[in-house]
Design a protein around this ligand. Structure first.
Ligand code: FES
Length: 152
């Protein structure tokens, strides 16, 4: 599809966007309230969406599937002005960032899984000894008071 045509084609109602994207109307309203997609009002004060909104919705759904928090998706999309149709180059940039995020999460989950493996069959849940009960890096970040608060 010639993406520049999207500017000039007839805009879509929220129902049409829902039908074409497979995303519920309520979800589209939610995305809009979060600033992820944008509409304009027609003369009858109804929301109308440019056709390239379908590409934005597709980006959002893929990112959600990857477990990217909505706030991060919003940040990523805020780098694309609302009068800008997401291009293949935009997709490459965003997807590379999301791959990096996914790698970091996999690494963190693998570490947690390994720690849990060590805890299975133990059950001490000790503040001193259990890496899941007392991840030293977290306590370090919270300061010495965190340990005191936990014991009261
Ligand atoms: S439960 Fe004992 S080390 Fe985690």
């Amino acid at each position: 599809m010639d993406m520049h045509r999207a500017f000039h084609e007839r805009p879509l109602s929220v129902g049409q966007v829902a039908e074409r994207s497979g995303v519920a109307v309520s979800t589209l309203h939610f995305y809009e309230a979060k600033g992820l997609i944008h509409s304009q009002r027609n003369a009858g004060n109804q929301r109308r969406y440019r056709r390239d909104v379908l590409r934005r919705v597709a980006l959002i759904k893929v990112a959600q599937r990857l477990g990217i928090p909505l706030a991060d998706i919003g940040l990523a999309l805020s780098t694309l002005p609302c009068d800008h149709i997401p291009t293949a180059a935009d997709w490459q940039r965003l997807s590379a960032q999301w791959q990096h995020d996914l790698d970091a999460r996999i690494e963190q989950m693998t570490r947690l899984r390994d720690q849990l493996t060590g805890c299975i069959g133990c059950g001490c849940l000790s503040m001193q000894d259990c890496p899941l009960r007392n991840p030293s890096d977290e306590l370090g970040e919270q300061g010495a008071g965190a340990r005191l608060l936990e014991t009261h």
